[in-house]
Design a protein around this ligand. Sequence first.
Ligand code: NAI
Ligand code: MG
Length: 357
Amino acid sequence: SSLKIAVIPGDGIGREVMPEALRALDALNSRHDLGLKLDHFDWACIEHYQRHGDMLPPDWFETLKGYDAILFGAVGWPAAIPDHVSLWGSLLKFRREFDQYINLRPVKLMPGVACPLAGKKPGDIDFLVVRENTEGEYTNMGGRLFGGTQREMVLQESVFTRHGVDRVLHFAFKQAQKRGRKHVTSATKSNGIAISMPYWDERMKDVAAQYPDITWDQYHIDILTARFVLSPERFDVVVASNLFGDILSDLGPACAGTIGIAPSANLNPERNFPSLFEPVHGSAPDIYGRNIANPVGMIWSAVMMLEFLGEIQPSCTTAANELMFAIEKVLQEGPHTPDLGGQASTTDMGKAVADAL
Ligand code: NAI
Ligand code: MG
């Protein structure tokens, strides 16, 4: 059987790191007979928006809905298009309309990567941020009221549904069951955000009671960010709303080295729609065009894709393990891009990963 993958490099360094993930996938695909079938889509700010006035073609949903996965680079070209237009016009459409309600980001200090936190070694930092990805604080409900500068008033709603909160909490507990420390931490702020966050806490308590094998705790987001930096070894699975999860899942990878190696998955665990795999970083206009972007975040995202596909096609699991092993080898032995302190190019590092395979 074949697995259909939609490849969308997007903007900026998305276009430089994607070929390196494809290089690795090509090698694995032929060796393991994975049956991956890749189709390419040039849907991005420069290529698509500037020509058609829209980030995606009108039939994007029909075009993509039959795919097993989307491998995505990055979106955004702020010099030409405001970020909220490009993001809501593309990535957020995928997340919402394909109901990718889980955003999963592993945070792991890897051998060979310098840790910005004093005294931490590989093994000390190894946790998973599970972010709610379809509701919460990220809505476009609200508006500007009472025109005129003196009385202008701006409202933006947050949305927390029982269905939406419970399913992300259940997912977090199920992830914890698969991991060693069997612990879930909930990010909250129920002292300040007095309606939605106490509700989140209430659901957390209820769902946690259904997993007696898993321990859990909760912290206000402000002190939680401090603990990420001061004692990251305490964490195993961290579950958070859309906004808090967004912040934690950038902070986490920063604590574990460079954002250039951090991967993520946007999952529809039921597989009713394609899931999307992308590096945590954006299009990095500041370094685009110089072939110095670290390709590991993108390649590691392909590992997450293979792991997810492995649940339906076991050979993908073998391929995922091999690719992760290759990444670890190159992180440890080099060559390294400048963000890791080296002088290698994106292509050098990508080729080294493919060679290690
Ligand atoms: P960014 O992640 O693109 O860059 C932040 C900093 O990290 C920059 O200094 C960049 O050079 C560096 N960096 C990022 N990836 C790197 C890599 N692979 N290797 C080495 N260094 C790397 O975030 P920024 O600058 O805030 O946003 C730039 C654009 O990307 C904006 O349009 C933004 O909206 C978009 N963006 C898109 C995301 C996505 O597609 N999921 C996520 C984050 C930002
Ligand atoms: Mg973010």
